[in-house]
Design a protein around this ligand. Structure first.
Ligand code: PHE
Length: 345
């Protein structure tokens, strides 16, 4: 009678375990058959009520069946674990062959590409980068550069005045004066990239804000040959080995002699075309030998020291380099424009 009970419990367990298909169900069934309140366990705890001679063999049978049932659960548990893992993997599978979403990556404005390229060329020649304020005094923007108050050269640079003696710098040349004063008579070899401002009407070739790179070298025995060689090297690195330069006499109050530097037109190779207006050359920068007055005013003895300076328009170089037809495009942030110059990764 008792034996039958045990067999029945085992058969029930076997059947119910075989029907389990989830870990929740498994847990539930396990409680039903093996927990304290299960039929099996209540039988075990009532062992004491049996006559002593039956107690042992019945107890043994109960324990055996309990172990067998526990085994059933172990096997089932492993089976369920495998099935559920498989399901989880299937559900979380990612298709790595799926094309990625097209992310819109920004580009570097060609202005900055060119500014960095110019800077690198001069760094490789041993120049250092200097910096100066964009809001300047009349003293640094003009007077220390040999342009006194009533000098006609001031008309060349339409100026945004903030007050009588404070203005937005019209060129990067005031950095020359700042650098000379800070160097206290020691040799100098700097470039200074930076923003400059003039009261121009904005059109395809003019902007009230633009940028220059100033260059200044001061040492003993510096002559115009050094200026020419430096600029020639710059032009060849920037525009290609085939470009020639030409120095034309010019005038700047802070350099003497002064030159405009032209390069042979990349479009026609110097023959003359619409891009260079038939001249074969395109003007790219101004420069010259630092005027003795400028040396003197900023702490250098012009009998001992000499130097050269130049100013390069960054947009101008970028325009020539990329054939851009309107200076305003650099500042408008039109992504269609910027994407054309996106650097390839
Ligand atoms: N500062 C001049 C300009 O803006 C350029 C220049 C710089 C000329 C240095 C000579 C020497 O036009």
């Amino acid at each position: 009678m008792e034996k039958e009970k045990i067999t029945k419990i085992y058969e029930d367990a076997e059947r119910e375990v075989s029907e389990i298909d989830s870990s929740e169900k498994l847990q539930e069934t396990k409680v039903k058959f093996l927990a304290k309140k299960s039929v099996l366990m209540s039988l075990l705890s009532s062992l004491g009520l049996l006559p002593p001679e039956e107690r042992k063999s019945f107890g043994q049978s109960l324990n055996e069946v309990r172990e067998k049932i526990a085994r059933l659960f172990e096997v089932k548990e492993e089976e369920i674990r495998k099935v559920e893992l498989q399901k989880k993997l299937q559900k979380e599978q990612i298709d790595i062959t799926l094309p990625a979403k097209n992310m819109d990556v920004g580009g570097v404005n060609p202005f900055y590409v060119v500014k960095d390229e110019i800077t690198d060329i001069f760094l490789n020649m041993g120049f250092e980068v200097a910096d100066g304020p964009e809001v300047e005094t009349d003293l640094f923007n003009f007077e220390l550069l040999n342009i006194p108050k009533d000098h006609p050269a001031r008309d060349m640079q339409d100026t945004f005045y903030i007050s009588e003696n404070v203005l937005l710098r019209t060129h990067t040349s005031p950095v020359q004066a700042h650098t000379m004063q800070a160097a206290e008579g020691k040799p100098i070899r700097i470039i200074c990239p930076g923003k400059t401002y003039r009261r121009d009407d904005d059109d395809a070739t003019h902007s009230h804000q633009f940028a220059q790179i100033e260059g200044l070298v001061i040492d003993k025995n510096i002559n115009i040959g050094h200026l020419k060689a430096t600029l020639e090297l710059f032009v060849k690195k920037m525009f290609g080995e085939k470009r020639e330069i030409r120095l034309r006499p010019s005038y700047f109050p802070f350099t003497e002699p002064s030159v405009e530097v032209d390069i042979t037109c990349a479009n026609c190779n110097g023959k003359g075309c619409s891009m260079c207006k038939g001249t074969g050359y395109i003007e790219i920068l101004g420069g010259g030998m630092v005027h003795p007055n400028v040396l003197k005013m900023n702490g250098y003895d012009p009998d001992v020291y000499s130097g050269f300076a130049f100013g390069i328009g960054i947009e101008r170089v970028a325009i020539l380099r990329y054939g851009i037809d309107d200076i305003r495009k650099f500042y408008q942030n039109d992504v269609r424009f910027l994407h054309q110059y996106r650097k390839k990764a």
